[in-house]
Design a protein around this ligand. Structure first.
Ligand code: ADP
Length: 942
């Protein structure tokens, strides 16, 4: 059973029933209005049908009084999607009209559920007071219009958005092929903050780019979406795709609109835009205009994206490195979660954006690192800034809602408090930089924090109550003392209430009815109520001359008087005037804010950046990160590197310390010795070692250090020197992708092909167990050829973990390949992982020891050891191997007893123990038994 939302309905007519104020399908037409309508269609129905027809791909939320009603197929779909009751109302062309509704005050919640389920919603409001409509005739239809289309990529409400995540609407446009390679232009806008990004990328890079942007919604022309491969990547990025007419991708219109929105005559200040980029911008802004019904969002200056600006990380690498979420989709075990020490939603969004898009320009990275470094040094400043930022409201989102005329008094309050926080942060930074000067990035943040007109914050502080309410239409957000006019009207309103109490006392005395009360409800307004039993004298003269009967209820009778009606009208008009004055004040404040919009957006961005760099400084101190050195060399010299996610997890679980490891591909510091001094020129390390020894962890930690360094963060290492990486690749062999219908091996090969085709000499590649998904010799041969290709053709830096020991021979043949291995020790036939990387190759794979650790039954591991011993004797010759295996007695060696013992069978030691009765034993006998038991146990372990 669904929930009947109609119970939330407040009565709106004199009758006890809860009728909607203006039921469109059932409304009857005023005389003369039906002339041009088909038979049986009322004007209100015609209005509904017309609005619905204009928005065919949306569910129509049709405002009727305190409810949004849905009709026809929308009602059926919404009732099912929301689990609410489907009712019917009136008839259309002889059939019942299905209907359901949601109360206006809970609309956000239902909108969110519909949007998550992939619906688009057109919100249709009453554009006039029903009282206005009634002036045109008692049956006149209230004027209604769609004020907004709600789609996943155009949300602005706090309750519909994740405070810590950006919500991009991304327009995609395939550029003309021309002679060169295919390119795709992308324009992305988060209308909830004004963040705006434009770029042109090679079509090959599309998967990584769309996953990086992670849009809330994608728009593209039908032709684009018809490409199954592109569509698949949009789906993987989790974005619903909305087709828009190809004609919307008009670069001239895009250029014109962009200039108009940014308020410039020439776009040169923002860089040069290609025609495809402007076409994407054109479609984007057109879609915003259509969904926001002409209201303009605030647009920040566009940021340029693309391969030259950013470290390119393709889609499989993003997922395998678990940057923003783990491969299972969980956010808490991602790199982002491990480094996120931000204290505001805006700061968290900035951090996530930086992590998703590390930079390539050493100077820009250096600027960011300077800012982090400055805050890293000064504990007091860092703590003061974090304290000032904590509880700072989301300035950018409040500003956007106000720009789209969807702002609330709470949004005004957010601007007041956001500005106050910005001013105190600016003061803190200035005094923190006293004498020593601030690094450029912080100086710039500081200027933007203090950039807003100085009068605005005090104005908002004077105008607004401390904690402004969410709803604008109910007033009560202007602080007493701000407007004399408002104070006077409010006094009149409140004074009249006082008068009402006096009136009640007077009437009680006049009638002698102590229980007489003056009450109020929405339908009758003010009335006098007496218990039914006491009402008699009031119904006859002389009292009936004053008291006019209005309503008889079960237990009470209601009256009014001339005087009461007059006072009521004074109260109502005072309250109405107070409300209207507050609305005017809201509008004035919103206008002042609008004139400062651009500066305020810059202030909001500065607050987000400050939170982000302070958080990076905080995590650097807390987790002992160091400042990396970045330049244009091809060095990769990490000393004492750590995997920050694994390290923090080990710490959290009290599971021991993380072991630091060096990774020195092309050293910059030959004078500082490492365990790898023989191989300082190697660019490609082959990493061998048993499963569980820490190979994957080692590989990934180095990739993560690159991401962290190039996003402008300190890194988990003792020192790090990194020649800037242009493209980062990470592949893990044998990853399951059955859901996508490709065999594991096929996926692995497709992805490996991507690397071999794209890695440059500035790239860094990590490959983990490539070639595993096929027969041994196939796999080995492919892995072999891949290493050769990486070495000879790509000439990139690479870490290659493999279980093919045969590959280690390559180190002797290729000058820039070296072997390293994860150190392990054997201790009493057990394997102990030291998690330390050392020069050389693993001598064997210790698979059986690892299987033992994993709890494989003892007879199985024993038997496996025997088979292995025989295989090793064969020295790799297939013919010998077959013959030997043939000789291997079936189960014989593994079966010392007459049957293979089940885990529950008692061991000899247990049997011996069961035969002992401790109460009968002399101390000496007991000691002997103890020796015997120890001996038995030792034999068993073997
Ligand atoms: P492999 O890839 O060799 O199978 P993993 O990298 O998956 O091994 O590591 C297995 C486990 O060993 C990890 O989950 C982690 O708990 C632990 N580990 C790996 N590297 C280290 C290290 N450097 N210090 C401490 N523990 C580590």
């Amino acid at each position: 059973m669904g929930q009947d939302l109609r119970k939330d309905r407040r009565p709106r007519s004199a009758g006890a029933g809860a009728e909607p104020a203006l039921p469109p399908p059932a409304e009857t037409a005023a005389a003369g209005e039906t002339a041009s309508l088909p038979a049986g269609v009322t004007p209100s129905m015609a209005q509904f049908l017309e609005i619905k027809a204009a928005n065919p791909d949306c569910m129509l939320f049709y405002r009727m009084g305190d409810f949004y009603e849905l009709f026809f197929e929308d009602a059926v779909a919404a009732a099912e999607a929301l689990g609410i009751v489907l009712t019917k109302r009136g008839k259309h062309l002889g059939d019942d009209i299905p209907m359901c509704g949601v109360p206006v005050h809970r609309a956000d919640e239902y909108l969110q559920r519909l949007i998550t389920k992939g619906f688009r919603v057109a919100v249709c409001e009453q554009m006039e007071d029903p009282a206005e409509a009634r002036k045109r005739g008692s049956k006149a239809v209230v004027h209604r219009d769609v004020v907004r289309l709600v789609t996943p990529g155009t949300l602005t409400e706090e309750s519909l958005l994740d405070a810590k995540a950006r919500n991009y609407l991304t327009a995609l446009f395939k550029g003309p092929h021309g002679g060169g390679k295919a390119t795709i232009a992308l324009a992305s806008l988060d209308i909830s903050t004004g963040e705006f990004e434009v770029g042109d990328i090679p079509a090959n890079d599309f998967p990584g780019e769309i996953v990086r942007l992670s849009p809330g919604e994608v728009i593209a022309a039908d032709g684009f979406l018809a490409d199954a491969d592109l569509r698949k990547w949009i789906e993987i990025a989790g974005a619903p795709a909305t087709p828009v007419p190809a004609a919307h991708f008009d670069s001239l219109a895009g250029e014109r609109q962009l200039k108009a929105q940014l308020g410039v005559a020439d776009l040169a200040a923002f860089g040069s835009f290609s025609r495809p980029e402007l076409a994407a911008v054109g479609a984007l802004l057109k879609y915003v205009e259509l969904t926001q019904i002409g209201k303009k969002p605030c647009l920040r200056p566009p940021r340029r994206s693309g391969p030259s600006a950013h470290l390119v990380i393709d889609a499989p690498t993003r997922s395998s490195l678990e940057l923003l979420r783990s491969t299972s989709g969980d956010k808490s075990s991602s790199l982002l979660a491990a480094i996120d020490r931000t204290v505001t939603g805006a700061g968290a969004r900035e951090l996530a954006a930086r992590l998703a898009s590390p930079l390539r320009d050493a100077v820009a990275i250096g600027d960011r690192l300077d800012a982090v470094g400055f805050l890293h040094e000064s504990e007091t400043l860092r703590e003061d800034v974090r304290r000032a930022l904590r509880h700072t409201p989301d300035l950018a989102r409040a500003l956007s809602r106000l720009a789209l005329q969807r702002g609330t008094p709470r949004d005004l309050g957010a601007i007041r408090d956001g500005l106050a926080a910005a001013q105190s942060c600016a003061r803190l930074l200035r005094s923190g930089g006293d004498g020593i000067g601030l690094p450029a990035a912080l100086d710039d943040i500081c200027a933007r924090l203090a950039g807003c007109d100085e009068g605005l914050q005090p104005l908002l502080a004077r105008a607004l109550v401390d904690d402004p309410p969410h709803l604008r239409r109910e007033g009560n957000f202007v602080r007493p003392g701000f407007s004399k006019d408002l104070d006077d009207t409010r006094a009149l309103r409140d004074q009249s209430r006082q008068v009402m109490a006096t009136l009640e006392a007077g009437y009680a005395q006049e009638t002698g009815i102590k229980a007489l009360k003056v009450r109020h409800n929405n339908i009758l307004g003010y009335y006098i109520e007496v218990p039914a039993g006491a009402s008699k004298p009031m119904l006859s003269s002389p009292l009936s001359d004053t008291f006019r009967h209005r309503q008889t209820m079960a237990g009470a009778t209601r009256f009014t008087t001339q005087e009461l009606a007059e006072i009521e009208s004074r109260i109502v008009s005072a309250a109405d005037r107070a409300l209207a004055t507050e609305q005017d004040i809201f509008a004035e404040l919103a206008t002042v804010i609008a004139t400062e919009e651009r500066v305020l957006a810059a202030t909001a961005a500065a607050l987000a950046e400050l939170d982000c760099v302070t958080a990076l400084a905080e995590v650097a101190v807390e987790q002992r990160y160091v400042r990396p050195l970045l330049d244009d060399s091809t060095t990769f010299d990490i000393r004492g590197g750590r995997h920050t996610v694994v390290e923090q997890a080990l710490k959290g679980a009290n599971a021991g310390a993380f072991i630091e490891n060096d990774c020195v591909l092309v050293t910059s510091r030959p004078e500082v010795p490492t365990g790898f001094d023989e191989m300082t020129e190697a660019r490609l390390w082959l990493v061998t070692g048993p499963n569980m020894a820490g190979k994957s962890t080692f590989l990934r930690q180095n990739a993560l250090i690159i991401v962290l360094a190039q996003m402008g963060s300190f890194v988990p290492a003792l020192s790090a020197h990194i020649g800037i990486v242009d493209r980062l690749f990470s592949r893990v062999g044998a990853a399951d992708d059955l859901a996508r219908g490709r065999s594991t091996f096929m996926v692995e090969m497709v992805e490996t092909a991507g690397i071999l085709n794209q890695a440059t000499s500035r790239s860094l590649v990590i490959l983990d167990e490539i070639g595993r998904g096929t027969a041994t010799f196939d796999g080995l041969s492919i892995a072999w050829a891949v290493v050769e290709h990486l070495h000879e053709v790509n000439a990139c830096r690479a870490l290659f973990a493999t279980h093919y020991h045969e590959l280690t021979a390559l180190a002797g043949r290729l000058p820039q390949v070296a072997n390293v291995t994860m150190d392990v020790r054997e201790w009493r036939e057990e394997i102990v992982f030291l998690h330390k990387v050392k020069a050389g190759a693993a001598d064997r794979s210790y698979g059986i020891q690892v299987a033992k650790l994993a709890g494989l039954p003892k007879p199985v591991t024993k038997r496996a050891a025997e088979v292995l011993a025989l295989l090793e004797k064969s020295d790799g010759k297939a013919g010998d191997r077959a013959a030997l295996l043939h000789e291997l007695p079936l189960f014989a060696a593994a079966r010392p007893r007459s049957h293979i013992p089940a885990e529950s069978d008692p061991s000899p030691a247990e049997e011996a123990l069961a035969a002992v009765n401790p109460d009968e034993l002399a101390p000496k006998a007991a000691l002997e038994i103890l020796y015997k038991l120890k001996d038995l146990a030792r034999k068993e372990r073997r």
